[in-house]
Design a binder for this molecule. Structure first.
Ligand code: ATP
Length: 346
């Protein structure tokens, strides 16, 4: 396995009583697309600022290619940052915005022209090279900011909510472009986002943060299918939490026994099953847990049903077959390997 490009070990940072970073460790590989995901205030921006050098951790280490970055100012780090606001120069045209960092480094004019030309092409901005920033659409501005940040060939690019300023439809389109540009440049990207769909769509690996700590680092599929904690299960994607007690390898719930394929918890332990709506089977008749459809929302490829299975338990169930009616009785099935069981305190 290659040595990591970036390594953060046990980083801590306090602002008065707030532990913005409470012992964060993670590694980013060369060429990797990495996402920091978490709710507002969990410490994502603080971590990114520590990596960029705008902020110094109270303790812990940040290394790049094995070299300790403590005391190295931002402009001396092979790290660049793209801000959510883009921070473009309104009085310069697109070409000059992208060339800015290279000129400051004193590179030769031909080398600058070649590099900027390459980036204009990659970001599909060649026809706009001489336009001023205020003559561009939101999506084009975002691409100028990206091209400018990539121009000096940083080993690592930090992107703070890179698609945050774009509307929903443009965001999706831009996600593909961003991924393609990352692949072409083979630069390590670390994006900060509170949007789980964005993190899952873009990143090779995702770190889910909560209150200054990393809860899980894994691939998007693993984060979704095998959340390490109850928080991750609830924060990423939709889920149902079903409380119960472990009995004979099953979870004893308010609506019956749910057999489990694997159960590491002791007999009698209180536990919670996290199960995604689409992992609960639904049929109009047959075996399974009886429930009543309370209401439903059409979501295009499936219908999300709210099904009452006990006086105080309503489950969200994804039905791929349409035509369910309010008040209809249905049967729900729970595969023994579907979902993840958490001990009560997890
Ligand atoms: P958001 O998604 O809202 O940007 P975040 O996950 O990036 O949130 P941070 O900005 O890193 O979170 O903030 C983490 C915690 O540290 C928050 O409680 C925040 O209020 C606090 N904090 C961050 N910067 C400072 C500062 N300069 N002074 C005081 N408190 C700060």
């Amino acid at each position: 396995m290659n040595a990591p490009l970036l390594s953060v070990s046990d980083a801590r940072k306090r602002y008065g009583p707030v532990a913005a970073l409470d012992g964060v460790s993670l590694e980013v590989r060369a060429g990797e697309f990495f996402a920091l995901l978490g709710p507002s205030g969990c410490g994502k921006t603080t971590l990114m600022r520590c990596i960029a050098g705008f902020e110094t951790p109270d303790s812990g280490r940040v290394t790049l290619n094995g070299a300790d970055l403590s005391g190295v100012p931002p402009y001396r780090r092979p790290v660049n940052m793209m801000f959510q606001s883009y921070a473009l120069f309104p009085h310069l045209n697109v070409f000059d915005n992208i060339a800015f960092g290279l000129r400051r480094k004193g590179e030769a004019a031909e080398a600058i022209a070649a590099r900027v030309g390459e980036l204009l092409e990659m970001t599909q901005l060649s026809p706009c090279a001489t336009r001023r920033i205020n003559e561009l659409s939101g999506g084009q501005r975002q691409r100028v900011a990206l091209a400018r940040a990539l121009a000096p060939r940083p080993a690592l690019l930090l992107l703070d909510e890179p698609l945050g300023a774009l509307d929903r439809k443009l965001r999706e389109e831009t996600q593909f472009q961003l991924k393609e540009i990352q692949r072409k440049t083979q630069t390590s990207f670390v994006i900060v986002t509170h949007d789980q769909d964005e993190a899952l769509a873009l990143a090779d690996r995702v770190a889910v943060m909560r209150a200054g700590k990393v809860e899980q680092i894994a691939s998007p599929v693993e984060i979704y299918e095998k959340p390490a904690t109850r928080f991750v299960a609830g924060f990423v994607g939709e889920t149902n939490f079903v409380d119960g007690v472990v009995r004979g390898g099953a979870l004893d719930t308010a609506f019956g026994l749910l057999p489990r394929a694997r159960c590491d918890l002791p007999e009698g332990a209180r536990a919670t099953l996290s199960i995604r709506p689409e992992r609960i089977g639904v049929a109009r008749a047959g075996h399974g847990v009886a429930g009543l459809v309370e209401d439903f929302v059409f979501r295009g490829e499936y219908t999300l049903l709210r099904v009452r299975v006990a006086p105080d338990v309503v489950l969200r169930v994804g039905a791929y077959e349409g035509g369910f009616a309010q008040g209809e009785e249905v049967r729900l099935s729970f595969a023994p390997d579907a979902g993840v069981l958490f001990a009560e305190a997890a």
